[in-house]
Design a protein around this ligand. Structure first.
Ligand SMILES: [Zn+2]
Ligand SMILES: [Zn+2]
Length: 101
């Protein structure tokens, strides 16, 4: 189950459950679409993987699987990208299809 983290790890932009700008990697490292596109170029600075749009947890109670019963986390992960450290990971992954990294 996803934590649905509340902010962009790099710029701290709010990314609530209903956000259409939240992107995650397979480990749920969470960034806003702008950072993924303009700064990270679809390379996760933690694992080197690609990103996909994060789904939203349903708010309606048509089933028990909604945000009321399965709340999103309030724990903020704020770890601005160290561009010096990111460079090597970026160079070895940016040219590869995320599915083939
Ligand atoms: Zn951001
Ligand atoms: Zn990652």
């Amino acid at each position: 189950m996803l934590e649905i983290r509340p902010i962009c790890e790099n710029c701290a932009k709010r990314l609530p459950n209903e956000s259409s700008e939240a992107m995650i990697c397979s480990f749920e490292c969470t960034f806003c679409a702008e950072c993924v596109t303009n700064i990270l170029d679809n390379v996760c600075p933690n694992c080197g993987g690609g990103f996909a749009l994060r789904p939203s947890r349903p708010t309606k109670d048509f089933t028990k699987y909604n945000v009321g019963n399965f709340p999103v986390t309030i724990k903020e992960v704020y770890k601005p990208v160290n561009m010096e450290k990111f460079k090597r990971l970026y160079e070895s992954n940016a040219g590869l299809n995320p599915r083939e990294r």
